[in-house]
Write a protein that binds this ligand. Structure first.
Ligand code: ATP
Length: 234
């Protein structure tokens, strides 16, 4: 039986509520009657095996995958930034790290796409936060996987979005890159950002206020990471 979620009095208000949400992709029902909530100004981790529906759920939250049934209610969610799985991003674009991060500001620029001092400041500050300022003039195709991933996270952060969605951002990274990215995410709720982070990494999944476990396109558990995953590893 599915353990469905409902808002418990005293918990943070929801940024997003999903009710009986279904998604068909191709001819396959990939999310089925899903009920879940994403608490505001908190980190929600999404766990589940390969094919459980994590990326599809992020795509729905990003508004790039259409729902087939059910409802999605947002509250106070304006700008959304989405860091897709690294394998879904072309890595041979002839762009530098600085240009790639600066693309995250495009939506904020006026019709002439002229970066203002504030845009340049946010790009520089975010590259420093992710430890890639020394790579600013390197092209994406000259980076390691971990350096490229830091760049993609920086491009999302610089958008100053209300909702940040990340699909397995630490997969395949060394311990330092992983710790840097997770440390940056930890600080976001206090800055008024709601974070949803799909991960296969048990320790990362615990670094959240809320956790959703998916299996075969359904939420099988939702609550605190300890409730959903058991005690923290280590
Ligand atoms: N475009 C598509 N057309 C048809 N089926 C799809 C499509 N994209 C994904 N699926 C199917 O939807 C299901 C959920 O896929 P999804 O990528 O959301 O899972 P996931 O939990 O993110 O998996 P992983 O951990 O492997 O990234 C899988 O069975 C997958 O084969």
């Amino acid at each position: 039986m599915q353990r469905q979620e409902s808002a418990v009095p005293g918990t943070r208000p929801s940024a997003i509520e999903l009710e009986n949400l279904s998604v068909v992709r191709g001819r396959r029902l990939v999310l089925s009657q899903l009920n879940a909530r994403i608490p505001k100004f908190d980190i929600t981790t999404v766990v589940g095996g390969n094919g459980a529906g994590k990326s599809t759920l992020l795509g729905v939250l990003a508004g790039v995958i259409n729902v087939t049934g059910g409802t999605l209610t947002r509250d106070g969610v304006g700008r959304v930034a989405h860091v897709m799985q690294r394998t879904d991003v072309p890595d041979a674009l002839p762009l530098t790290v600085r240009e790639t991060v600066a693309m995250g500001r495009w939506e904020r620029l006026g019709p002439w796409r002229r970066a203002r001092a504030e845009d340049r400041r946010r790009v520089a500050e975010t590259m420093a936060e992710l430890g890639i300022e020394g790579l600013a003039d390197r092209r994406l195709d000259e980076l390691s996987g971990g350096q490229r991933q830091r760049t993609l996270v920086a491009q999302a952060l610089v958008q100053d979005a209300d909702l940040l969605l990340l699909d397995e951002p630490t997969t395949g990274l060394d311990a330092a890159a992983r710790a840097d990215i997770l440390g940056v995410l930890d600080a976001l709720p206090a800055r008024g950002v709601t974070v949803v982070h799909a991960t296969h990494d048990p320790e990362a999944a615990h670094r959240a206020g809320h956790c959703l476990a998916l299996d075969a396109g359904a939420v099988v558990a939702g609550g605190t990471p300890a409730e959903v995953l058991g005690p923290r590893p280590g």
